[in-house]
Design a protein. Structure first.
Length: 114
């Protein structure tokens, strides 16, 4: 089980930007597929983005062109740069790590509001 700690959430106005970070406690970070899901109030958790150990990136259509996922294997950290934020992006964002199984963080809240 990998311990994941997210940070970087907060309150932002529409059109603004935030960068989420997720630090993982593992010596095998480079082996993991890392990514993000989100869950808005009253909705199911949905996939947002992932990055493989080879650097391949995958995004949900709703965030393509606005969000960028990246990873720093030296720091055991995955990032989600979120630009042009919209009201619909408001949610709790959860980091996940996938290799032999799935591990999840506790989430960080992103609120987009004017």
């Amino acid at each position: 089980q990998v311990q994941l700690v997210e940070s970087g959430g907060g309150l932002v106005q529409p059109g603004g930007s935030l960068r989420l970070s997720c630090a993982a406690s593992t010596s095998f970070f480079s082996n993991y597929v890392m990514g993000w899901y989100r869950q808005a109030p009253g909705k199911q958790r949905e996939f947002v983005a992932e990055i493989t150990n080879g650097g391949y990136r995958n995004y949900v259509d709703a965030v393509k062109g606005r969000f960028t996922i990246s990873r720093d294997n030296a720091k055991n950290t995955v990032y989600l740069q979120m630009n042009s934020l919209k009201f619909d992006d408001s949610a709790v964002y959860y980091c996940f790590a996938r290799w032999t199984g799935d591990s999840w963080g506790k989430g960080t809240l992103v609120t987009v509001s004017s």
